[in-house]
Design a binder for this molecule. Structure first.
Ligand code: E4P
Length: 218
């Protein structure tokens, strides 16, 4: 299973990368705004800075909502670095743009996916990744994890190579259940990844080992 970090914060990306288990980064316009990144050149420079930290898979989202605009923006984003994956919203123009990007060997991440039908369209258009949003479905009383299972099943049935990128992952149980279901990737905040480290019996056991060692060694 790949781990992506869902942030545009360079310190958090560095910290996750230094842990040695990071496979990529997802950003979105809200996350970029949260870091105060605005203006064309600053946005491009920020994506480049992210690419310089990680090994691969940096999702950079288009702002345009029309087909031609998405193509222009996505092509420019793809030029920044080979690590860029162009993130495209799940709309009619978005699906057409994904089809065109695929033909141009530009990797894509189809975002804002909330149904199995949308995920099927993304796969048929050739998306590299599909991003179903678990937490946001849970927020409105639907089962986000059930959707991950449905999409994995459908992709398995037909051998689609689009990777299921579980997004809007809010806590460790989301992450672990995605792993059980077989999602290819989960993207989440840094704290969800680091909280996988913790168990009280690990802390207790380590304290005991160190105390016994100190006793024996004076
Ligand atoms: C995915 O690519 C999105 O950036 C993200 O996972 C959204 O998460 P949220 O619903 O917690 O904002």
């Amino acid at each position: 299973m790949k781990f992506f970090i869902d942030t545009a914060n360079l310190d958090e990306i560095r910290e996750a990368y230094d842990l040695g288990v990071l496979d990529g980064v997802t950003t979105n316009p809200s996350l970029m705004a949260k870091e105060g990144i605005s203006g064309h050149d600053n946005v491009i420079a920020h994506y480049k800075a992210i690419c310089d930290i990680v090994d691969d898979n940096v999702s950079a989202e288009v702002i345009a909502t029309d087909y031609e605009g998405m193509l222009k923006e996505g092509r420019e984003l793809a030029q920044i670095d080979d690590k860029i994956v162009v993130k495209v919203p799940m709309t009619k123009d978005g699906i057409k743009a994904i089809k065109t990007f695929t033909a141009e060997d530009i990797r894509t991440n189809c975002t804002l996916v909330f149904s199995a039908g949308q995920a099927l369209l993304a796969a048929k258009a050739g998306a590299s990744y599909v991003s179903p949003f678990i937490g946001r479905l849970d927020d409105i009383g639907f089962d986000g994890l059930e959707l991950i299972g449905q999409i994995c099943q459908i992709y398995d049935n037909y051998g689609y190579t689009t990777e299921v990128l579980a997004a809007s992952v809010r806590h460790t149980m989301h992450l672990l259940q995605c792993a059980e279901i077989g999602a290819d990737v989960a993207t989440c905040p840094l704290k969800v990844i680091t909280s996988l480290l913790n168990h009280p019996l690990t802390d207790k056991g380590l304290a005991q080992f160190l105390a016994d060692h100190a006793k024996a060694n004076g």
